[in-house]
Design a protein around this ligand. Structure first.
Ligand code: VG1
Ligand code: CO
Length: 544
């Protein structure tokens, strides 16, 4: 059945075909032909071969089921032989990545707007992952974007909605649709990576934790793995049922939106470990009793200890981090004599490095950490790796952090977000900043002197593709730096992200206040970019 589109809605309008697929308000997605145009554009670009398998799943947010039913009919009309769907329309992003790889699918549609809030007035999103299980690279997202602008029809079959809650297979036209247990394959994979016996022994000797699933997709995974398989007591997982509006919360595991967890961990009743994940389960927040670990530090600490976990023994070939992520991981790589790759923001840039075996572990400052076990960042994986390391080393998070800094030094780090600012003003700020770059070296800002300033460009070491304009870097002579970029995942106006970093030697101040340590970098960032002048804001909305 061919549905003609006379006035093509252009799904990507106003959004860079960027970081994580298409992300808009639910009301925008509910327009006739809107999601359909995007999905058909994906199929027109990837052209499923005979016998092709497609994976579909989402984070359970409002509008998830409607789009899944439509996507199933469209997949049938576009010639997919099999469609694998998580029961209830649920698949976390890392679980979807695993299912794509395990069943040899040609790709998958993941329905999520990740850490953005959900509900009728909030956000929805769709991203396409390729056969390696990872986010589509820029060549593919660019082609999809171009196709959305010229598309004039979409294909569907006449069929009723199927029961998404019943495991098993049904036919939709000539296509077999299999409803899978969304947790089983993923939990089984985790058992092959980590020493579950060691973690179980630690739990039975009294180790406690709280995992906050934030009303989002990781609830069922965490209940199964942490409580059922590892023996943590019931109630360890909180907000463990995926809700269409995430209980009204913002499923972003940071110090603002996971404040209750932070307060618990800093208080007298703190368990040994506090952790949280985001809407689609690919991010992680790690807090020890009385010790918050920045995601950049977590990457470095996990990399330094990853060979403790059975599946990684003798296998750490390289580390990769996104450019705005702190250089803490670089110190580990240098000490271990392995490479550390610096990529643009977004997990898709790690795919080639992981496929080529150049990197074993990857991470971003935005609370994403993962490895070559899938091709997405993986929130629960990071929690399990922490547990495995703590169980074997027999130390606390705080002790591990302190011993890490005493060996490698400490990268003080913060990100300041200015949200929902006027897009024109944000673009003007970036344009002015870029124009000013050549004149920056040698200039002083308080005690800081600029050593180097550039607009970050990345050449993929595997396919040699070049990605330009991936953020502005200003490096100071003392080794500290500020980075500026505009978010590619916001759905309202523009979001300016300012990343601040300063390194302290192993014999320096290792337990100081981050804000105080970054005082000069914060002042320099405003002086260099004119943040207050361009945005009218005198303070960031979110500091992480
Ligand atoms: C943000 C993060 C980035 C992450 C992306 C997707 O992008 O900064 O590190 O890869 O979200 O994460 P941006 O362009 O808004 O800074 V998720 O959890 O949405 O898949
Ligand atoms: Co996410």
């Amino acid at each position: 059945m061919i549905r003609t589109v006379t006035v093509p809605t252009t799904p990507y309008e106003g959004q860079a075909p960027g970081t994580s697929g298409l992300r808009k308000k639910v009301r925008v997605f509910q327009q006739p032909n809107y999601a359909e145009n995007f999905i058909q554009s994906v199929f027109d670009v990837v052209r499923p071969a005979p016998g092709a398998v497609l994976v579909i799943g989402g984070d359970g947010r409002f509008h998830n089921r409607e789009v899944i039913q439509q996507a199933i009919r469209m997949a049938a009309a576009n010639g997919y032989a099999r469609v694998l769907v998580g029961r209830g329309g649920i698949l976390s992003t890392p679980a979807a990545s695993h299912v794509i790889r395990k069943y040899g699918a040609s790709g998958g549609l993941i329905l999520s707007a990740s850490h953005n809030p959900g509900g009728p007035d909030e956000d929805f999103g769709i991203k396409y992952n390729i056969a390696n299980g990872g986010p589509a690279p820029e060549s593919v997202t660019g082609a999809i974007h171009a196709r959305t602008e010229t598309i004039d029809r979409w294909l569907t079959v006449k069929a009723d909605d199927i029961d998404l809650d019943k495991l098993g297979e049904v036919r939709v036209a000539d296509t077999t649709v299999a409803i899978l247990d969304p947790v089983a394959d993923y939990a089984e994979l985790m058992e092959t990576l980590f020493d579950f016996d060691a973690i179980r022994a630690m739990v039975s000797s009294g180790f406690t934790m709280r995992f906050d699933a934030m009303g989002a997709v990781t609830g069922p995974y965490a209940h199964e793995i942490l409580e059922k398989r590892l023996g943590f007591e019931q109630g360890t997982v909180v907000h463990g049922t995926p809700l269409e509006d995430f209980g009204g919360h913002h499923p972003d595991p940071n110090l603002i939106h996971a404040r209750d967890l932070y307060d618990l961990m800093m208080g007298p009743d703190a368990p040994d470990l506090g952790a949280a994940s985001d809407g689609d389960g690919d991010r992680n927040l790690i807090i020890g009793r009385g010790r918050f670990v920045t995601p950049s530090d977590s990457l470095a600490m996990l990399a330094a200890n990853i060979e403790i976990a059975p599946a990684y023994r003798g296998r750490l070939t390289g580390i990769a981090r996104s450019m705005p992520t702190s250089g803490a991981a670089d110190r580990v790589a240098t000490a271990f004599g392995i490479p550390c790759y610096e990529t643009p923001t977004g997990w898709k840039f790690f795919g080639n490095l992981l496929d080529a075996g150049k990197a074993t572990i990857c991470g971003e400052e935005s609370a994403g950490t993962g490895s070559d076990h899938v091709r997405e960042k993986d929130g629960l994986w990071a929690v399990l790796l922490w547990l495995n390391i703590l169980a074997v080393r027999g130390i606390s998070v705080d002790e591990l952090a302190k011993s890490h800094w005493a060996r490698f030094g400490r990268n003080y780090y913060a990100r300041h977000d200015y949200e929902a600012i006027d897009k024109t003003n944000a673009d003007a700020l970036m344009a002015e900043l870029k124009a000013a770059l050549p004149a920056l070296p040698g200039k002083t800002f308080g005690p800081l002197t600029v050593a180097h300033a550039d607009s970050f460009a990345y050449t993929d070491p595997v396919d040699h593709s070049v990605s330009e304009n991936q953020g502005i870097r200003v490096l100071f002579e003392d080794g500290s730096r500020v980075v500026f970029r505009l978010s590619g995942t916001g759905t309202q106006g523009a979001t300016l992200r300012v990343y601040l970093e300063r390194y302290e030697q192993p014999l320096g101040h290792l337990d100081a206040e981050t804000a105080a340590m970054l005082e000069h970098q914060i002042a320099a960032a405003d002086a260099i970019a004119g943040i207050a002048r361009h945005t009218g804001r005198t303070a960031p909305d979110v500091i992480t």
